[in-house]
Design a protein around this ligand. Structure first.
Ligand code: BGC
Length: 722
């Protein structure tokens, strides 16, 4: 028998059957889930085993009228069983292969137990660390988010969605959710079309080009229209302009939330409005199989319903579900394999960022010494990060990992400490113990539960009294290292100048402690870089690297005691650097900017050259670009990893352009004393911009390509000609 095509199946369906395909539901009750499958529901959340998934698929295939298999969805965000570093930490690796490795392992583990659709990657650009969901994305830069998002899509989906180790990816949240006002989750967003295109849409454009099978609508309203009802963006931009042929799914109850958003009178109106706007699958809400009547008289477009059903059926076809809806229960992964854990450890090592090391304390001396390990993350196991499920493979403790890696060190464990409320007695005890040791390692930070969804914070300092712990150790005069676990950039101003050595260790997953131990030992370089700025104060947010210039740039930071003079009488130039863009109570710029990160060795850029210094716009329009070759010499005595960035700088154009915008990046391993060459491609679309009419513009003019690894910088001129 030849397989039925999606079009043939659609032709035999009535409206209630079509509507049933357009929904994904959570159902903990097994018999209710089975009934939904028999009733022809399109998708369900994962029932937590291969056997239960197969039972649901059997009900759908053998007992529903059209025998259509189910999409089985789950958020596999940075691991199913084997947990990789959080996505923001992955971005710090500046190595997209880290994201690919996570996604391959995740897809294999998830699909083996029946999941065929993951709600990942999150490609929201994030510039406000108050928003807890910054942990789920790839930071402040659109190119980094686009590159890592596309890498994750390729990793999840592989070359063939029907393979037993592939799952359908989902780019989320479309769009501008990362710009929620005030960093408060689920809040509204408002921005120019120019910024929307250049910053927030870019990663979606790249993810669609990488073949993402689905896209999730965002909770926020954008410029007054909730995204679940945003026809222009869902249909005109995403589907028509980007050519997205996959499935647009709503976020959890996001369709029903059009009612509290105030754009639909009731749930039926909300469903009709969303589907008409271009949504294909409703997540949660009313149970539609028996409820198609609900939609009578709502103006729901029958053609739109058909299109949505076809998109879903085609995805099921591409996943191979019509040929084989079942998974091999004997091959089900129920936990991590050693190979997967090794991959997670290798990934985690690449994400650690050496923020400062004034005293050259790292890597740690392996010689016999007495080291005190203290702080809430010393003996705790909170290393997995936000967005993991209860069955994820837990991590061990830092204390155990360090004891194994440094067998000659006499490790003393400090008192137990709660990250949210370390007791004064515990802090005093650590300070009292410090004097008997050669070194103190303080593992401080933000618990996993403080970042992720619905986890916005207004105060970004270390929680609890952890700052006091750092001061107490600094007061003892004993050398110390701070390991900073966090889901987001924190405000570290209170203590950073007192801590000579600080490594950013994020939440690194199931093998986080082992990875930290290996980096502390210098088995690998601490080669990560900051993917999202650490602000000096919450009041400075947003503070990202590609801000637009102002007419009054500041040369120095502010001071509260600055002399004031009457600008109206004497003009703005009457006092040097007073009437300039800054805060009176802050130095300029963030504490740690995008791209910051040290290494255990030192690098020098050697030959830096572009393959051309002039390009004509017609060639750019046909896809030409510039290739920059960079020689990187390791002038230190340890093997290490350098990260090279190419920024575009354009001083004059028809619209104001950022002082720098990232055009390419590459991480490169260079053995001690050796030199390696890396080629970075700057495509034409990094040399132009979208205007506020959303038209992509390439203008003739003079540009500079700024090639830098943070320590060494070269400038290459580039002329764009008519
Ligand atoms: C989140 C999504 C997630 C969905 C399903 C929502 O609350 O915003 O990112 O995919 O839940 O779990």
């Amino acid at each position: 028998m030849t397989a039925r095509t999606p079009e043939e199946i659609l032709a035999g369906m009535d409206l209630p059957e079509k509507i049933a395909q357009l929904q994904i539901l959570w159902r903990r009750d097994e018999s209710e889930a089975m009934q939904l499958a028999r009733d022809g529901i399109g998708a369900l959340f994962w029932p937590q085993s291969a056997a239960r998934t197969n039972a649901l698929q059997r009900a759908a295939v053998e007992e529903s009228r059209h025998g259509i298999p189910l999409l089985i969805g789950l958020d596999v965000v940075h691991g199913q069983f084997t947990i990789f570093p959080t996505p923001l930490a992955q971005a710090a690796s500046f190595d997209p292969d880290v994201a690919v490795s996570d996604a391959r392992v995740s897809a294999r583990e998830a699909r083996s137990s029946g999941v065929n659709w993951t709600f990942s990657p999150m490609v929201d650009v994030t510039r406000d660390p108050r928003w807890g969901r910054v942990v789920e994305g790839f930071g402040e830069d659109p190119l980094v988010a686009a590159t890592f998002g596309a890498a994750k899509v390729r990793g999840y989906q592989g070359d063939d969605l029907s393979a037993p180790d592939a799952v359908a990816a989902c780019l989320k949240h479309f769009v501008a959710y990362g710009a929620a006002e005030g960093g408060r989750d689920y809040n509204t967003t408002d921005m120019s079309r120019q910024r929307l295109r250049e910053v927030y849409l870019e990663p979606f454009r790249a993810g669609v080009a990488a073949g993402a099978a689905s896209v999730m609508a965002a909770f926020n309203a954008l410029n007054g229209t909730p995204m679940h009802a945003h026809r222009r963006l869902l249909t005109d931009v995403l589907k028509s302009e980007y050519g997205f042929g996959g499935v647009v799914v709503g976020d959890a109850e996001g369709v029903a939330q059009l009612v509290p958003h105030g754009v639909a009178a009731d749930e039926a109106a909300a469903i009709a409005r969303s589907l008409n706007a271009g949504l294909d699958v409703v997540m949660g809400g009313a149970t539609l199989p028996g409820g198609a009547d609900l939609l009578a008289g709502t103006g729901l477009s029958p053609a739109r319903v058909d299109d949505a059903v076809l998109r879903i059926l085609r995805l099921k076809r591409d996943l191979g579900l019509f040929e084989n809806p079942y998974v091999d229960e004997s091959a089900e992964a129920t936990g991590p394999s050693e190979a997967a854990l090794a991959a997670a450890c290798a990934a985690a090592e690449r994400c650690i960022v050496l923020l400062k090391d004034d005293a050259g304390t790292l890597p740690l001396d392996p010689a016999p010494r007495r080291v005190l390990l203290a702080g809430p993350f010393a003996a705790g196991t909170d290393h997995l990060g936000a967005w993991v499920q209860h069955f994820a493979a837990g991590a061990g403790t830092l204390h155990d990992a360090l004891r194994v890696r440094f067998p000659d060190t006499a490790w003393t464990a400090g008192p137990e400490m709660d990250a949210l409320s370390p007791s004064a007695a515990a802090i005093d005890r650590v300070a009292a113990l410090a004097g008997d040791h050669d070194l103190v390692v303080l593992a401080v930070g933000e618990p996993s539960a403080l970042s992720g969804e619905a986890a916005s914070r207004s105060d970004l300092r270390l929680p609890g009294d952890q700052e006091r712990l750092i001061h107490a150790i600094a007061d003892t005069g004993v050398p110390f290292v701070v390991l900073l676990a966090t889901g987001r950039p924190l405000v570290v101003e209170d203590w950073i100048d007192r801590a000579p050595t600080v490594a950013l260790t994020w939440h690194l997953g199931s093998r986080g402690p082992e990875a930290i131990a290996r980096v502390l030992a210098g088995d690998v370089d601490a080669g990560g870089r900051v993917p999202m700025a650490f602000p000096r104060a919450v009041g400075q947010i947003p503070v990202h690297h590609d801000a637009l210039p102002t007419g009054r740039p500041a040369r120095t930071g502010g001071t509260l005691g600055a002399p004031r003079a009457d600008v109206g009488l004497a003009g703005p130039d009457n006092l040097d650097d007073t009437y300039t863009s800054k805060y009176l109570d802050l130095p300029l710029g963030p504490r740690f900017a995008f791209g910051h990160g040290l290494s255990y060795t030192r690098f020098a850029l050697t030959d830096v050259a572009a393959d051309t210094d002039a390009l004509d716009l017609a060639a750019l329009g046909r896809g030409a670009g510039v290739r920059v070759r960079v020689g990187v010499r390791n002038v230190g005595d340890r093997d290490g990893d350098d990260v090279v960035f190419v920024y575009v700088r354009r001083r004059t154009a028809s619209i104001s352009r950022p002082a720098q915008s990232l055009a390419a990046f590459a991480r490169i391993a260079v053995p001690a004393g050796a030199e390696r060459e890396v080629a970075l491609d700057v495509p034409g679309d990094r040399l132009g911009w979208y205007d506020d009419d959303e038209v992509f513009v390439l203008e003739p003019g003079e540009l500079e390509l700024v090639v830098t690894d943070g320590a060494d910088t070269r400038i290459l001129p580039l002329r764009l000609t008519d």
